[in-house]
Design a protein around this ligand. Sequence first.
Ligand code: BTN
Length: 341
Amino acid sequence: MMEKEIQLLDKDSLMVLKFLKENRNEPEDVKCIAEILQLSIEEVEKALHTLEARGYQIVYEGGCSARLLHLPETLFPWDVEDGISTRFMGRVVRAFEEVDSTNIFAARWAQEGAPDGAVVVSEKQNAGRGRFNRQWVSPAGKGIYFSLILRPEMPMSQVSMLTFLAAAALAETLAREFGIDAQVKWPNDVLVKGRKICGILSEVKSAKTKGKAEYVVIGIGINVNHTKEDFPLDSLTSATSVQIETGKEIVRAKLLQKVLQLMEYYYEEYKTTGFSWLRDRWMERNCTMGRFVRINTNTEGFVEGETVGLSEQGGLLVRLPSGELREFLAGDVSIGSANFR
Ligand code: BTN
């Protein structure tokens, strides 16, 4: 176990940062900032130095009016918490420079009592985990590698749908924020033109009460500011990133806020309206239905057929060439041509 947590900012620096963010268009001089925030001039100057040392680019116009020019590259926890409009998701964030896997840390923190909606995020993962024990390549500063801890008051059968909820919310966020045509591939990959842009790995700890979860860790990896060179050679044709798709460098803290906001909205709706609402959201963004697929089932080898629906357990409903309707609860899907019949 090897982790380096990002040191939190002191209270004065947080206050000054918030002020600078809110007044980017109307810079104030240090004396005014001190008066407004009820700090001494020395305290404001010290805070400004602290912020500069953390990578915030501040310019002094007319000699003393401080303007925040650029946020640093680092995904700081206070930049995620600041201005987020969620009720509980992402209200408490622990951020790391490096960690083995945010999922592993989140599970440990959940055992120790992390609150519902807490988030663990890291600049880099040394042992990022994917589905089927695959590795999740997590180069420093490029992606958003995070785990969301939930303590859902719902039966286990509904808990399994949270991964679908995350996938649908991720794809929808990328579409709304960047106009990217992101689609979900069963069970929970998010793809753009067949290339993976987000992956999700959920892990559940059952509660002592039968059929309930003590907590769920939803681990999400989003390829954000990766360039082609950041991917290993063998995934060049199967992976993409927000930057590759848009040609723009993305502020990761803002994107993480947007993802959490939509996930929370989907979560609240799912809790009150149930499966059909969530299935509609997932269906709107999916690229799996009505397709000829090949499923690597891991238990009975490869099975082929046409996808016809999503079951209440999140299973993929497939019509086999024999006419039999089968439900698959796990597996790796390769998609063939549309409307193969
Ligand atoms: C997959 O598609 O195989 C799932 C990938 C999940 C990767 C994320 S990155 C953050 C979290 N921590 C991990 O170790 N894995 C998940």
